[in-house]
Design a protein around this ligand. Structure first.
Ligand SMILES: [Zn+2]
Ligand SMILES: [Zn+2]
Ligand SMILES: [Zn+2]
Length: 141
């Protein structure tokens, strides 16, 4: 994972550099695909007074500025990551729920073509891979 200069990334987007924002970016960057509760637990280690509600607010602001990407796994809580720019996809293990990144062959959205007869301008095609991960397959029944 590449080192990020979060203070300058925040400033580039016209956002104030705050301890909360930096802590959230660090937490999400070091452990991608975490739900807000997981981010809160990680951030609370350095900022014990922070509430889950403030975590949601910070995540929302950072997502709006595309410093964080939100991913909604079907049937599970939204999770967050700092890998925002490559339109990558996700593979979800239906047994243990782990989420892995899958590079997008195309590299930019949308990577599937909708038929022209649809008449919509498509921005994104969500691709979610579902299956059973290697650990779960090899676990004795
Ligand atoms: Zn699994
Ligand atoms: Zn991802
Ligand atoms: Zn793709």
């Amino acid at each position: 994972m590449k080192e990020q200069d979060w203070p300058s990334q925040l400033r580039q987007r016209g956002m104030r550099v705050t301890r909360q924002r930096l802590a959230v970016l660090e937490a999400v960057g070091s452990q991608p695909h975490q739900p807000a509760e997981g981010v809160h637990a990680a951030v609370a280690e350095t900022l014990p007074e922070i509430t889950v509600q403030s975590i949601y607010t910070v995540l929302h602001d950072l997502t709006a500025k595309e410093l964080i990407r939100r991913f909604d796994p079907p049937g599970a809580a939204a999770c967050y990551e700092t890998r925002t720019e490559d339109n990558h996809h996700h593979a979800i293990c239906t047994s243990c729920g782990r989420i892995e990144d899958v590079d997008c062959v195309h590299g930019e959205a949308p990577c599937l073509e909708a038929p022209a007869s649809l008449g919509m301008q498509i921005d994104v095609a969500d691709v979610v891979f579902r299956g059973v991960c290697a650990d779960c397959r090899h676990r004795p029944a």
